[in-house]
Design a protein around this ligand. Structure first.
Ligand SMILES: Nc1ncnc2c1ncn2[C@@H]1O[C@H](COP(=O)(O)OP(=O)(O)OP(=O)(O)O)[C@@H](O)[C@H]1O
Ligand SMILES: [Zn+2]
Length: 626
């Protein structure tokens, strides 16, 4: 039992918890059992079956209900005297504003995404409330403490960003299964079932070869190749797509000899070499069958074990069956499907398509279970890690509430003992004086002001890179853009009309030398952008056609949409692939974020003797995913 001072603080102070998932369930239980009496809890989600193995406050009968509300009820059963207020909503909602945050003595995060974490960080800074931030990934975890003005804020240091791959690795020269999975998920699935208006490089071929084929009309260069044709059965369609993407496209790529000089040549796959014809030439057209969102090709094909690696025939069958099922039972999703790791049919399609491509390129195939993990960037959560992290959060909260801030520590939970410790405490660093969030450091925006529009700047830089939700943009004293429900109609129309204008064609041209002020009142966020015109950008390395520089250590790409650069959470997929988190130094992979960017981190170790540098980097690189 702690000191009297602690007991009083525990009973009196009001704490806010954000997230009632893996960490959140453990945290709410630990707070209640420690004696905390006033707890607010925010979570926007409802309970899913897949949460039940570790989010122990939830039962099967709760599936579909609010996590925050059910967590509250579950804890009240064993600690009825605790005053718990459950909010079922997004922490970014306007109701959770700075005044709302001000009522708490400390905020405790149990979130799973960068966007929400950055938002809470900004509100805590604005409200002057200390934040205890946390994350776990399998056996790894971390708890960090952020006190406005005293320690670094959550955004003072760079965060691991998704790893990106050159487009050509994905479209033409995969060398690992993850490349094939990204291809299956972002190109094949998207081309067949996703939004057709989005650019998609699934079917790109060298123009010379494409022209030659088009002349003979052998395959055609038709834009609607991936559409179900009139009178065509879904099985004929699936077969046609199979031969195109695994056969014809590979054969076409093979004709580009230079590509294969130093690489293994892929083998084209054609259905008639893999399956007997009766399996893929059925004439029936099953459109119009009953829609069923939970349909599964594994069920209809009798494949039971998700951990078994399918052979080529099985992958071909699953590929064909998933396409048919999408058309017959999921037709409402066609044209708008986006990959979701909980969508069984989509995962089956991605597994089969990735495996077939892998087979063609001589890459070992994987089971659906493994492929799902890679496609969904899943590292299986470990309940014990969440419990340890929740305990550490409460310990840090106690130090904050009893004003023992000098004792606060960032604690890293590591997989292998470091100097006999699995929990490595590190003294919090001071605020980064160049952090654009907690200091007023200006940023430089390099952009082609003649071609880029204000919409580009808002979407690609302000929202995606700087994590701003509702930007207000000023140039000197004139307002260039604002959003909000209370905006007059004519003003909203005026701003909308300006959005598609290039920066240089604004009434007062926005070009080199102009300083834009960006604010988000809800986040109490403010920064200035110094505009610098630049003619050209490297399409591969700077796909946004703009670059934000300056003292922007913490500016990272939070967006995981994959156009035009293909991005995947390699940190995580590596772990699934190799069983550990080390990068295997495949120089094919282009990393947007390197250990060097972390080396400047100023954390000091608790003991005099420092960790070896590699170890320190690893600790600091721990991704905080959930
Ligand atoms: N913006 C947000 N507002 C409120 N709650 C959020 C927000 N973003 C994430 N959360 C909540 O944070 C929790 C994180 O928990 P956790 O990492 O265990 O994820 P999960 O969705 O429960 O599980 P998994 O992703 O592993 O299936 C989730 O319950 C999620 O709803
Ligand atoms: Zn900061």
């Amino acid at each position: 039992m702690g000191s009297e001072e602690e007991r009083i603080a525990i009973e009196k102070e009001k704490v806010l918890m954000v997230g009632a998932g893996g960490i959140g369930c453990e945290l709410l239980k630990t707070l209640a059992l420690t004696g905390f009496k006033h707890i607010h809890l925010i979570d926007m989600d409802t309970i899913e079956v897949s949460n039940l193995n570790r989010q122990f406050l939830f039962r099967k009968s709760h599936v579909g209900q609010s996590k925050a509300k059910v967590a509250r009820e579950a804890v009240l059963k064993f600690r009825p005297g605790v005053d718990i207020v459950a909010h079922h909503g997004n922490v970014k909602n306007a109701e959770f504003d700075i005044d709302f945050f001000k009522q708490f003595s400390v905020v405790l995060n149990g979130l799973d995404n960068l966007e929400a974490r950055r938002h809470v960080n900004r509100l805590c800074l604005a409200a002057g409330v200390p934040l205890v931030e946390s994350g776990t990934t399998g056996y790894l975890g971390q708890v960090t403490v952020h006190i406005n003005g005293k320690t670094e804020c959550y955004e003072c240091q760079p965060k691991p960003a998704p790893k990106s791959y050159p487009v050509c690795t994905i479209t033409s020269t995969p060398s690992k299964l993850i490349h094939c999975i990204v291809w299956a998920k972002e190109l094949a699935l998207a081309k067949l079932f996703g939004d057709k208006s989005q650019a998609n490089e699934l079917d790109v071929r060298p123009s010379v070869l494409a022209d030659a084929k088009a002349d003979t009309n052998e395959v055609g260069n038709d834009a609607d190749f991936f559409e179900l044709r009139r009178g065509e059965s879904t099985s004929q369609f699936a077969g046609r797509v199979f031969d195109r993407i695994f056969g014809y496209n590979i054969e076409t790529a093979l004709q580009n000899e230079d590509t294969w000089k130093a690489r293994r040549r892929p083998d084209p796959l054609y259905l008639d070499k893999i399956l007997p014809p009766e399996e893929f030439t059925a004439e029936e057209n099953g459109n119009g069958e009953i829609e069923n969102p939970t349909v599964s090709a594994m069920v209809t094909l009798g494949l039971k074990n998700p951990q078994k690696i399918w052979d080529v025939q099985e992958n071909a069958r699953v590929f064909l069956e998933t396409i048919q099922l999408f058309f017959k039972r999921r037709s409402k999703d066609i044209g708008k499907l986006v990959f979701d790791k909980d969508d069984q049919l989509a995962v089956e399609f991605v597994t089969a398509a990735a495996n077939l491509r892998a087979h063609s390129f001589g890459i070992p195939m994987q089971s659906l279970f493994e492929a799902k993990g890679m496609a969904g960037n899943i590292i299986h959560a470990i309940a014990t890690t969440n419990a340890c992290i929740a305990g550490l959060i409460v310990l840090e909260a106690l130090k904050l509430l009893t004003k023992r801030t000098e004792q606060c520590r960032m604690t890293y939970c590591v997989e292998h003992p470091t100097r006999k410790m699995l929990l490595v405490p590190v003294e919090p660093a001071e605020p980064n004086p160049h952090c654009y969030v907690c200091s007023e450091t200006p940023l430089v925006l390099e952009v082609n002001t003649v071609t880029a529009t204000m919409r580009d700047v808002i979407e690609k830089v302000l929202k995606r890179k700087l994590g701003v939700d509702s930007p207000v943009i000023m140039q000197g004293s004139s307002l260039l853009y604002e959003t909000g429900d209370d905006l007059e109609e004519d003003m909203a129309a005026h701003y909308a009309s300006l959005l598609n204008k290039s920066l240089a064609s604004y009434p007062t041209p926005i070009t080199t030398g102009v300083v834009l002020t960006v604010e988000d009142y809800h986040q109490d966020f403010r920064c200035s952008l110094h505009v610098k015109h630049r003619e050209t950008f490297d399409e591969e390395k700077e796909p946004d056609g703009m670059l934000i520089t300056g003292d922007i250590a913490s500016v990272v790409n939070t967006d995981d949409t994959l156009q035009p650069k293909i991005v995947a959470d390699e940190d995580l997929s590596n772990k699934v692939e190799n069983g550990h988190g080390d990068d295997d130094d495949d120089d094919d992979d282009m990393v947007m974020f390197t250990p060097e960017t972390l080396a400047g981190a100023k954390r000091k170790l608790e003991e005099e003797e420092s960790l070896p540098v590699e170890k320190r980097l690893k600790i600091e690189q721990l991704p905080a995913m959930s």
